[in-house]
Write a protein that binds this ligand. Structure first.
Ligand SMILES: Cc1ncc(COP(=O)(O)O)c(C=O)c1O
Length: 468
């Protein structure tokens, strides 16, 4: 069932309303929080329902649905919203229950705003006209096209590796690369905050997975030394990200690569969030750290900066590419990127490498620095360093769920992230910027976010005290 849009101008007025109106809004919030607490709508985490028991595999999913229903009845379900149009800085969104709103969008991933670039739209239209709507095969079974081969070359140039294997999703690239290369007797050392595609790839490949403290190279060295002291026969893969997707921080890539070489290990860096969007020429964190062309395996996704779906693995070795082509399930057994996707990504790579790309990256970075400054001015803690990702640490899931609801109703869209995206108790708002966000939007959003966090914290503290 769809419902009419909330009007953002009403929300703006409500935000600026006088003290008496604010008081009644707070009273209304108090009552709402009491009802939420009484219904248990703010409680629980997805961890509780991840491994249901019982012989009936389908019926045992009822518990998670019950948890969803409790939350959704109070407009506290943050997932499965839909866009009505394109993922631009101003967007129209509906929540799962059909409530619509039009407002400032920090919940989409289009870091250089290339989804709205006329050359990208033109490339997509040309590919559709010339090559049709789908690839009609996996990459090894006639799914390659003239465009996908050109894309392999373009990515090889961007990351300075000779050989590139493409995948239909970034997920498939991460999972496929790890499961193809790592045997059950090998070892994996993986950062504690690595993306689910990398973690699930690791646990599918081998039982010998150890987790290193986030960004802690000394810990990685210690783990590598321990593994090598026991086992000189098998391979070790070290897995990290160029820019961590929930934390906006980067490891010391040179130090990690040196440690890997010291202990005969291989380094894989997932550049999903930084390639194209960071680095003087769009080479991401690896370029920013002077390591282009020097990393064992570079893996990425096109879904953040290259305005399409898809992923890749890049290597300096022809045989590594051959092995991945044969043994990475999502490359061998899943249909390849469509010609339209390849054409879009190829055009985006051209823009990323041009002067226009430089200027879009500088717009994006200016937005990141401005928004971080504005949010800090509201007393909020932004994690990590400036990039397209601005994570605002909240901690309590209850507070962040309530903030998410308040912000949606005030037409400011952010992703409220909790387990399994981040550890329990480390809930946060993840804002994602685009080059085309403007200062007016950032200035308008920051106080709305600051006020929502303050109101949610206060209302919950008071509600919990009342309901003790
Ligand atoms: C670090 C990282 N790697 C891989 C992926 C998977 O990419 P995709 O969503 O394009 O399949 C993501 C996407 O969320 C990601 O954040």
């Amino acid at each position: 069932m769809t419902q009419p849009y909330l009007d953002p101008s009403v929300s703006a007025e409500a935000h600026d309303a006088g003290e008496s109106a604010a008081l009644s809004q707070d009273e209304a919030l108090e009552r709402e929080v009491d009802a939420m607490l009484a219904a248990g709508a703010l409680s629980g985490t997805a961890a509780q329902f991840a491994q249901p028991r019982g012989a009936d595999m389908l019926a045992r999913t009822a518990a998670v649905e019950g948890w969803h229903n409790q939350r959704a009845a109070h407009q506290l379900w943050q997932y499965s919203r839909s866009l009505e149009g394109a993922p631009y800085p101003i967007a129209s969104i509906r929540d799962e229950a059909g409530q619509g709103a039009r407002g400032i969008n920090f919940a989409s991933q289009d870091y250089l705003s290339l989804a709205s670039h006329p050359a990208v739209a033109e490339a997509a239209a040309r590919a559709l006209r010339d090559a049709g709507p789908h690839s009609a095969g996996s990459a090894v079974l006639l799914g390659n096209t003239k465009l996908s081969l050109a894309l392999e070359e373009a990515i090889a140039g961007l990351v300075q590796a000779e050989h590139v294997a493409l995948f239909p999703t970034g997920w498939g690239a991460a999972f496929g690369a790890i499961t193809a290369l790592v045997q059950a007797t090998d070892h994996i050392v993986i950062d504690q905050f690595a993306h689910a595609s990398l973690r699930q790839g690791a646990s599918s490949a081998t039982p010998n997975v150890v987790i290193n403290r986030h960004l802690d190279v000394a810990h990685v060295r210690q783990l590598l030394a321990g593994i090598r002291a026991r086992d000189t026969e098998h391979g070790i893969l070290v897995v990290t990200e160029g820019l961590f997707s929930m934390d906006s921080d980067s490891p010391d890539i040179a130090a990690l690569q040196a440690s890997c070489h010291e202990f005969g290990a291989t380094l894989l860096v997932d550049v999903a969030h930084d390639l194209g969007a960071l680095g003087a020429n769009g080479g991401g964190a690896i370029e920013a750290q002077g390591m282009l062309g020097k990393i064992d395996l570079v893996m990425g996704a096109f879904s953040k900066t290259f305005s399409s779906n898809g992923g890749f693995v890049a290597t300096s070795s022809r045989s590594v590419k051959r092995h991945i082509q044969l043994y990475a399930g999502p490359h061998m057994f899943s249909n390849a990127l469509s010609p339209v996707q390849s054409a879009v990504i190829l055009e985006c790579v051209n823009i990323v490498r041009s002067d226009e790309g430089k200027s879009l990256r500088s717009d994006l970075l200016r937005n990141a620095e401005s928004l971080r400054g504005l949010l800090a001015g509201e007393g909020l803690t932004c994690m990590g360093t400036p990039s397209a990702i601005v994570p605002v640490l909240i901690g309590s899931e209850k507070v962040s769920r309530l903030v998410g609801k308040l912000l949606f109703n005030q037409s400011v869209f952010v992703n409220q992230v909790e387990f399994p995206g981040v550890p329990i108790g480390a809930s946060r708002l993840r804002l994602q910027l685009m080059a085309n966000h403007n200062m007016q939007q950032l200035k308008r959003a920051a106080p709305v976010i600051g006020t929502a966090v303050t109101r949610a914290r206060q209302a919950l503290a008071a509600g919990e005290a009342r309901n003790k």
